[in-house]
Design a protein around this ligand. Structure first.
Ligand code: PLP
Length: 417
């Protein structure tokens, strides 16, 4: 056993028990081995209850109501903002903009800071391992502005080629964007170093934190990134909750993203002026219940401790990599060392199509994802059309990994027949 059920004071069996959906068994009495948290995580009872409680006891539109319910809803929504700020160690809750997800956070930066600050001929540096969410918005901006786009190469062992990054930085890019953790390879990129190098080259940085913030301690001040986007639904929170962190001085210099209620200071037929940040970026009625649910998810994760979360996943990833080595004809992509990767394991199994592998695993009540994982340029770099991906979180244990291995052997047996 690589991990024990009680590790550094965390009872992982109890943690698993906090997730109602994982308590169910299938017709054959097998529990669900949920290995798709990189796509979206499951939710603990505490988060589900926080959302339900909001709708049962507090539901009202926020900020402008002068009655008790509205004031309570406003207070809970703003408290969730403070919790999110605390979670990533932002200097101020004003640096936290509530959005629907990582995608919206990145588009917000592209359409506001980007449109104002990127011009014809400017270079935007992306990476070959970016999720489409951190590539397509920059392509759209580059097309609109006549800017150039270049992608940092990925090495054979699934890391960013930092020499290539330095070559691109020598061209003085306006912007450098990259994933803190790759959602396909699991690679943990040296984010602090990349941000430092980018800043030395005079670039602004956007970190896609979708796969890092839920899984390890992330301190935006230590990272010094200008913007960090992440999704609540990948960190035990509700779908529809997400965060864009931005340095206050940058946010304050940005025009609004969308126009409407809540984001203005003064409106006349002739024109409007904008509210202070972060309200400037939160036009219309926000997803109040979801933000409150995200706050509950933050509290839950802090209760476990993010260092413990990371340690649990590191140990389980190490165990999974070891067990997967036993499966013949299985190729795992990304760094070999569990220290250098998060709990995301992409692989191919001989010439069996990734979707067939996932379908057979599903028959075993093992849930994984198959496809290009919104990383088509990376798939091209790896020379594959698709991979099967198993991803881990706080509720996974060795039994889930063992079930994966059994399922993979069964897939091989079926295709060998
Ligand atoms: N970036 C990365 C690295 C991701 O893994 C994902 C989702 O899988 C996203 C961005 C997009 O997240 P969302 O769909 O929540 O906007």
């Amino acid at each position: 056993m690589v991990t024990t059920s009680i590790e550094k004071g965390v009872d992982w069996v109890r943690v698993r028990g906090d997730f109602p959906i994982l308590g169910a068994v299938d017709a054959q009495g097998r529990r669900l081995a949920f290995l798709d948290s990189a796509a979206s995580s499951q939710k603990p009872a505490r988060v589900i209850e926080a959302v339900e409680r909001y709708y049962r006891e507090t539901n009202a539109n926020i900020h402008r109501g002068v009655y008790d319910l509205s004031e309570r809803a406003t207070a809970q929504y703003e408290a969730a903002r403070h919790m999110a700020a605390d979670f990533v160690n932002a200097r101020s809750a004003r640096e936290i903009v509530f959005v629907r997800n990582t995608t919206e956070g990145i588009n917000l930066v592209a359409q506001t800071w980007g449109r104002r600050n990127v011009g014809a001929g400017d270079l935007i540096v992306v990476t070959t391992m970016d999720h489409h969410s951190n590539l397509v918005p920059w392509q759209m901006l580059a097309e609109e502005k006549g800017a150039r786009l270049a992608a940092v190469r990925v090495t054979d062992d699934g890391k960013l080629d930092l020499d290539h990054l330095k070559e691109l930085l020598a061209q003085g890019p306006r912007l450098v964007v990259f994933p803190h953790v790759s959602n396909s390879l699991g690679t943990i990129n040296p984010a602090k170093e990349i941000v430092r190098l980018a800043h030395e080259a005079g670039a602004v940085t956007v970190v896609d934190g979708a796969q890092s913030v839920p899984h390890m301690p992330v301190d935006v001040q230590a990272l010094d990134a200008d913007f960090v986007a992440f999704s609540g639904h990948k960190m035990l929170g509700p779908m529809g909750s997400g965060v864009l962190y931005g340095k206050l001085e940058l946010l304050e210099g940005m025009p609004p993203f969308m126009g409407g209620g809540g984001m203005i200071r003064k409106v006349s037929i002739e024109g409007s002026t904008w509210a202070d940040v972060p309200a400037r970026f939160e036009a219309g009625t926000p997803a109040v219940g979801d933000a409150i649910g995200l706050g509950a998810a933050v509290e839950y994760l802090q209760g476990i401790g993010m260092t413990n979360v990371r340690e649990h996943e590191r140990a389980l990833t190490g165990y999974a990599l070891e067990r997967l080595r036993e499966v013949p004809e299985l190729t795992v992509y990304g760094p070999e060392d569990a220290e250098e990767r998060a709990g995301v394991i992409s692989f191919t199994l001989g010439d069996i199509h990734a979707h067939d592998v996932a379908a057979i695993l599903n028959e075993e009540n093992v849930a994984v994802r198959a496809g290009h994982h919104c990383c088509q340029p990376l798939m091209e770099r790896l020379g594959v059309v698709a991979t099967t991906r198993a991803s881990l979180y706080v509720y996974n244990d060795e039994e889930d990994v063992d079930r994966l291995v059994v399922g993979l052997r069964r897939a091989q047996a079926i295709f060998a027949a």
